[in-house]
Design a protein around this ligand. Structure first.
Ligand SMILES: [Zn+2]
Length: 374
């Protein structure tokens, strides 16, 4: 028989009718694991609408740049600006595009010249068709077959602010640590420092950003991570949490300094790009001086913070490069098929393989030359 549960936040008794499945890490940034009988349905939606919503506000750019894989719902495109003041759209897969298509028609002695700038070929095709309808003299088929497309890569740097934490997002991250502790069998009541903050009984955050050293001992080098980790050290009476989002925002949460439960070490971590779980190990055996710096919110310096941000941006860059390469490889394949008059799904005859690979290679080199230059 299961014990009676009470909502960790409002202490109402949880029954079937008001139970909720709370995401341990918000689903907007890729969290999958859920916990039942942790908070009631009202507290779930209230904290979701304020605390977790602020997480999305702060991390949406990073989430999209990493192509976050959500359990449900695709995030809407986000407008971003380059340092030159141009506006682009950031798409959920992390790619960027121009916000609005433009159309310009010029009448010359050779006929009508149309210049379209659009997000992709299908939009450009649609616009040509619309133009043709208005202009009965236009021979649509010859127009489409003569259409030349050029792609412009985004060269300029993009600006966005990387400010994490604050009252709302901070509470979401603390709740995440308490939720993982609860999932591991620790009553939220044992997370006394964290719960006082979540319930508004104290305004002093029980957490601090931590960049003094990397607490993740087996950090993947090829992709970002989202994680929450909880360690219970009864000999030191400590129950500590660690929450990291997109490799950039890293906090240590002091859940309790009166912990007398069993020794505990549990982590939920995943790659936000595909939600696959990671066997991450987090070292929360902190030195006394580190803990003191956390209590006084001094566990971060400009240099160590900047280093973590750089590391995070490096991962975004790697990801966008490999996505670009993938796309260009697929374009090169299509180009080679088209040039040789082969359908896309055909098997390339062995005697034409050399010709095919030359076509692909030439196309690819012309497209990725700017990457190599960089
Ligand atoms: Zn409640």
């Amino acid at each position: 028989m299961k014990n009676t549960s009470y909502c960790a936040l409002c202490e109402k008794r949880i029954e079937i009718a008001n139970d909720s499945r709370e995401h341990i890490i918000p689903q907007s940034i890729g969290g999958r694991r859920k916990i039942r009988s942790f908070i009631c349905i009202d507290c779930n939606s209230r904290s979701g609408d304020s605390w977790d919503a602020e997480i999305w506000q702060q991390f949406s750019h990073l989430a999209m740049m990493h192509g976050v894989d959500r359990e449900r719902g695709t995030p809407p495109n986000i407008k971003i600006q380059t340092i030159d003041g141009e506006t682009y759209l950031l798409l959920p897969d992390g790619s960027m595009t121009i916000p609005n298509a433009t159309y310009r028609a010029e009448q010359s002695e050779k006929g009508l010249k149309i210049k379209i700038t659009a997000r992709d070929k299908s939009i450009a095709h649609k616009m040509v068709k619309q133009a043709a309808r208005k202009n009965p003299k236009v021979d649509l088929d010859s127009f489409l077959s003569e259409m030349k497309a050029t792609e412009t890569p985004l060269e300029s740097a993009v600006t966005f602010s990387a400010q994490f934490g604050g009252e709302l997002a901070g509470r979401s991250m603390v709740k995440t640590a308490v939720a993982l502790a609860a999932a591991a069998g620790v009553s939220p009541k044992s997370c006394d420092s964290a719960m006082q903050y979540l319930k508004g009984e104290t305004v002093t955050p029980p957490y601090a950003f931590f960049y003094l050293r990397d607490l993740v001992t087996n950090r993947p080098s090829t992709h970002a991570l989202n994680c929450v980790s909880v360690v219970g050290l009864p000999a030191r009476r400590q129950l500590l949490g660690y929450v990291e989002y997109f490799s950039m925002s890293r906090i240590v949460v002091i859940l309790s300094e009166h912990y007398d439960g069993p020794t505990l070490n549990t982590t939920y971590a995943f790659n936000p790009a595909n939600a696959s779980e990671l066997a991450l190990s987090v070292d929360l055996n902190l030195f006394d001086n580190e803990l003191e710096l956390i209590r006084t919110n001094q566990a971060s310096t400009d240099e160590t913070y900047a280093a973590a941000l750089n590391e995070g941006f490096e991962l975004i860059y790697k990801r966008s490069q490999s996505r670009l390469l993938e796309r260009e490889a697929s374009n090169a394949f299509e180009h080679a098929c088209e040039s040789m008059g082969l359908p896309r799904d055909s098997i390339i005859p062995p005697e034409r393989a050399q010709e095919f690979s030359n076509l692909m290679a030439n196309h690819l080199v012309s497209k990725i030359a700017h990457l190599i230059r960089r």
